[in-house]
Design a binder for this molecule. Structure first.
Ligand code: PPE
Length: 304
């Protein structure tokens, strides 16, 4: 990863190399951490953070689900996030706020543990590669089912959920695929390890509802809003594995992957085996929006 100068930790800017925690940090042992992934784009009006407020709100919702108390307000964290981008002189970057139970008490009773918060930012290009944005990626459905909300809150962006995601990702990349797709325990589509999934069939865009057990992606919401504004037919519905094989187009949506076409699933070629026209249109619109070229969605961009 590309180092930057400074990381914000519990109210102070510290040097990148000094942003350390103790080996007995609670979250390291028990997965009691949570995070956000946000992008800052170099827009036509200078650096701006995409949907900052929604990301910070989700950070607080995750903490609430786990009954963890963040010792800062949403407004404070929004400010600090902008401060980190500025302090590092970044124009375009990925921002990672993280909250966690730190060093203090060990054991599963967390009633005396305090939440610590840090914010880092660094340049991070297209997660699955620039080539993937044009040509699409090859996916495999993981043998690991996505976590079920009777065991873990699937809607929370908690570090613990990513143990499931890492298992899925590593399973399929070892087999030579680019990305995993996870089904829920009922065999319905959920999402990728770090991104939501959309399919297109006979001109209708479909994506699983929150009740399928997905993260409520902010890119997902952006795609849905843009598609609706364009009067493109879109439904939230449960998607079966078979529909993934027979759809005309499929794509991932997430902060890190942005909008990445899917060209193959379990060895079945999707559509013509490259980026489809609906995906291309949404991708073009999305990049115009994040770059500030589409004034209709300026409110989604928070200048740094
Ligand atoms: N589902 C999951 C499980 C997920 O982790 C993400 C974001 C999304 C959906 C899309 O949400 P949003 O970014 O709000 O559109 N995953 C973050 C971490 C990825 C990583 O590899 O690390 C991200 O994209 O920042």
């Amino acid at each position: 990863m590309q180092k930057t100068e400074k990381i914000w930790m519990n109210g102070k800017m510290v040097k990148w190399d000094d942003a350390k925690v103790h080996v007995l940090t609670h979250a390291l042992h028990y997965g009691t951490g949570f995070f956000e992934g946000i992008r800052c784009y170099n827009t036509v009006n200078g650096p701006a953070i995409f949907r900052l407020e929604e990301h910070v709100k989700r950070f607080f919702r995750t903490a609430k689900i786990y009954d963890m108390k963040i010792p800062f307000t949403q407004a404070q964290l929004m400010n600090e996030i902008k401060g980190v981008v500025k302090a590092n002189g970044l124009k375009e970057c990925y921002i990672r706020p993280v909250g966690y139970y730190g060093y203090g008490e060990m054991g599963l009773d967390v009633s005396n543990n305090l939440v610590e918060v840090a914010i880092a930012a660094w340049p991070w290009g297209a997660l699955l590669g620039d080539e993937a944005l044009k040509k699409g990626v090859r996916c495999k459905i993981s043998s690991w089912a996505r976590i079920d909300s009777r065991s873990m809150p699937a809607l929370a962006k908690s570090a613990a959920n990513y143990a499931n995601a890492v298992l899925a990702k590593m399973e399929v990349t070892k087999l030579g695929f680019d990305e995993a797709i996870l089904l829920n325990i009922y065999g319905q589509l959920t999402e990728g390890p770090g991104e939501n999934v959309f399919i297109v069939s006979d001109g209708t865009i479909a994506t699983p509802p929150l009740s399928a057990g997905i993260l409520e992606g902010i890119t997902r919401d952006s795609v849905m809003t843009i598609a609706k504004d364009q009067k493109m037919p879109l439904v939230e519905k449960n998607v079966m594995r078979e529909e993934l094989y027979t759809c005309d187009e499929a794509f991932f949506a997430g902060t890190a992957v942005e909008i990445t076409p899917i060209r193959e699933i379990d060895g079945r070629v999707i559509g013509r085996g490259t980026r489809g026209p609906v995906t291309e249109k949404l991708q073009r619109l999305f990049f115009d929006v994040v770059k500030g070229k589409n004034t209709k969605y300026r409110a989604w961009l928070d200048p740094v």
